[in-house]
Write a protein that binds this ligand. Structure first.
Ligand code: F6R
Length: 244
């Protein structure tokens, strides 16, 4: 694990956006895994700015979304599909055909999850996976208790996660289930970049530093990945002993 401790929230955001931009400048046919959430919003905004300032070709990039809520109608404004349309697809005029979305509207979720795994495999695998982290250490929607070998599947959200995500729902009603890539799926990506910003992530960061392969904090599974970059702002790093 490589840790990048930034001197401000904005430089941590710029660091992640730059890693994505640089990757796509050099490898325009990359397969990218995308996370959603509040943390990633400014990263996508910074990336969009970079592309607009110094255009790069993105029409041969393929994107896989990490997770999606179950039970929302297609096009629901709080779905992760709507999120990525707002933050990436529309501002960069990307085609939706460049995106794979977890098939949450399929008749058989189990079969659809297997199909998503197959699509990932057939794409040649994810070159770069962007990740946030939940206050309880979840990655994607792999909540505490998830196994290291888990694959794309239906998952139940904890009360803590539902509460954290309440602000993203106009009616405050966060679904209880989701479809998420598994830990094993995420570990198959060639490069992992996780961004943690803000004081609310400080306890999870401290736990992550001190534990390994601990099912109560799924992010600890990532420490065995040989290309895992963790980018932190000073607040997220405030409970760990790191110096710039
Ligand atoms: C969503 C995802 C989640 C979020 C996490 C943090 O696609 O992957 O694991 O990264 O819940 O969310 P924020 O950034 O809103 O604190």
């Amino acid at each position: 694990m490589r840790i990048v401790l930034s001197d401000s929230k904005s430089s941590s955001i710029d660091a992640v956006a730059t890693l994505l931009y640089d990757r796509l400048s050099v490898h325009p046919t990359s397969v990218i895994g995308l996370a959603t959430g509040k943390t990633m919003e400014p990263v996508y905004a910074a990336f969009v700015e970079m592309v607009k300032a110094n255009p790069i070709k993105l029409d041969r990039v393929f994107f896989f979304m990490l997770d999606e809520y179950l039970g929302l109608p297609d096009g629901h404004p709080s779905s992760f599909k709507a999120y990525i349309q707002t933050h990436l697809i529309k501002p960069l005029e990307l085609s939706e055909s460049q995106f794979a979305f977890p098939p949450v509207h399929a008749g058989s979720i189990h079969e659809a999850a297997e199909h998503y795994e197959l699509s990932l495999k057939e794409s040649g695998g994810i070159d770069l996976q962007l990740l946030g982290i939940g206050t309880n250490g979840h990655i994607g929607f792999n909540e505490p208790g998830s196994t290291k070998t888990s694959r794309t599947r239906l998952v139940h959200l904890t009360g803590e996660t539902q509460k954290s995500n309440q602000g993203q729902f106009v009616d405050g009603k966060v679904p209880s289930d989701a479809l998420s890539m598994g830990i094993g799926t995420i570990l198959d990506a060639k490069n992992l970049i996780m961004l943690a910003t803000g004081e609310s992530k400080a306890a999870a960061m401290k736990y992550l530093m001190n534990h390994h392969d601990d099912p109560t904090c799924p992010a600890t599974y990532l420490k065995s990945h040989s290309h895992f970059v963790l980018v932190l702002d000073p607040e997220a790093a405030s409970k760990i002993n790191l110096k710039i």
